[in-house]
Write a protein that binds this ligand. Structure first.
Ligand code: DON
Length: 424
């Protein structure tokens, strides 16, 4: 059997193919030369599997879709607080290139509009020999799993006509949000926008964010979960500029568009999605891209506010071996599942029987899950039980385990059981 997912993606593209509405971006001369018929779609699951259809290997410039990633890298470099002092998180309801500041704090309203993105660019890591844009290119290349390049022609074309972005740069310098040469910063920002990607690259990058910052293909944590959460929150409220409310209600996926015609969406714990079709609506968002996302969201039930219920089957089985009571846990341990686990554990009678909590089949333990688990361990010990948490796959992080090391073992369950059931 062949999975129907690629056929479905092709079907969605065919259904949107006829839509010829919109205009090519013409304020960057090179983008006005784009082939308006290009159409591509890619979807990457959180384990890194990529499905694609249409012009999925055609490169185009990332443009404003670079903004959430620059924001992530700036936070990783300086910490969230330092970034928040320079750029806010309030939706602006304005066009992406509005020359504006937050009236109360005199800083850009958010990192998705140009004033915030130019400021965020100034916060990227920098060395004399490695520019800020190059740092971002390297970061995105790591996430994409291949070396991305700059489009020198698009870069030069935008630099030659970037009067509005320069105005924004000088405005930011005037009020002290920028403390460096605005020409350099705006130039670097334009270079950041000229990174070349395909929809497959974008979907793959998006899937690492959907996976909470861990690249499933390498197993490496690229970003802290808290940074991913911050970036996705801002994408959800500000990523589609003055169309953000429409997008939130009709699509409901944190997303970011770019004037070359790309839109990328990140659905936490599910998928990364990217589309490419160069003709834009009046907000600067790809017309067919928006239509594709609306269809995907509807057909595949991807709206964030649908609120997938928890699996609620945290205890896969409870059984007794010798005098040991074993709880095999499965799935994801967040608040809802921990509450259920503790409710089940509270029915254990007081006594001296060893209780083994086997985490081997858990896929994720949220911090609240770990805290509640160890609180349960403490209370069962107070009831007289001997407790062991069997963490063969080492799913608990060092921070989660802190203060509880003595009750955690990393041997396989059978070995732990043998140590209790072996005859003297
Ligand atoms: O700042 C600019 O004008 C562009 N280089 C990027 C803008 C953009 O992609 C807006 N998004 N839809």
């Amino acid at each position: 059997m062949k999975t129907p997912v690629p056929d479905y993606l092709q079907h969605v593209l065919s259904a949107c193919d006829a839509n010829q509405k919109g205009q090519l971006a013409n304020y960057i001369p090179e983008l006005a030369q784009a082939n308006p018929n290009r159409l591509a779609l890619a979807l990457a699951t959180i384990d890194g599997t990529i499905y694609a259809a249409g012009d999925a290997d055609v490169e185009f410039t990332i443009q404003s879709m670079s903004k959430p990633f620059a924001y992530a890298l700036a936070i990783q470099t300086h910490g969230l607080q330092a970034v928040l002092e320079k750029v806010g998180v309030e939706p602006s309801g304005e066009a992406f290139n509005q020359i504006s500041l937050d009236a109360e704090h005199a800083i850009p309203k958010n990192p998705m509009i140009n004033s915030g993105a130019i400021t965020t660019h100034s916060l990227l890591p920098y060395k004399k020999t490695v520019s800020r844009a190059e740092h971002l290119r390297r970061f995105l290349s790591e996430l994409a799993g291949r070396e991305l390049k700059f489009d020198e022609q698009v870069y030069a074309s935008e630099v030659a006509t970037a009067f509005r972005n320069r105005s924004i740069g000088y405005m930011l310098r005037t009020v002290g949000v920028l403390d460096q040469d605005p020409e350099d910063i705006v130039d670097g920002y334009i270079r950041q926008c000229a990174i070349l990607v395909t929809v497959k690259d974008l979907a793959r990058i998006a899937s690492v964010f959907a996976n909470g910052g861990v690249d499933a293909r390498t197993g490496k944590r690229v970003l802290e979960r808290s940074i991913v959460r911050q970036v996705l929150s801002v994408m959800m409220s500000c990523g589609m500029y003055d169309a953000a409310g429409d997008w939130l209600t009709s699509v409901g996926i944190p997303a970011k568009s770019g004037v070359a015609g790309g839109i990328l969406g990140i659905l936490p714990a599910q998928v990364g999605i990217a589309v490419f079709s160069p003709k834009l609506d009046t907000h600067g968002n790809s017309v067919r891209g928006v239509e594709i996302f609306e269809r995907l969201s509807q057909d595949m039930g991807l709206h964030l506010m649908e609120g997938t219920p928890s699996a609620q089957t945290i205890v896969q089985s409870r059984y007794v071996v010798g005098e040991c009571i074993v709880y095999e846990l499965r799935g994801v341990l967040q608040f809802t599942e921990s509450e259920m686990l503790l409710r089940i554990l509270q029915d254990e009678a007081k006594g001296k029987a060893p209780i083994l909590l086997d985490l081997t089949h858990l896929t994720l333990i949220h911090d609240v899950g770990a805290r509640m688990l160890f609180e349960g361990v403490k209370r069962l010990k107070e009831d007289g039980h001997v407790l062991k948490v069997v963490d063969t796959e080492r799913i608990l992080s060092d921070v989660q385990i802190k203060g509880h090391k003595r009750c955690v073992v990393d041997q396989p369950l059978a070995q732990v059981l043998a140590s209790y059931t072996a005859s003297p």
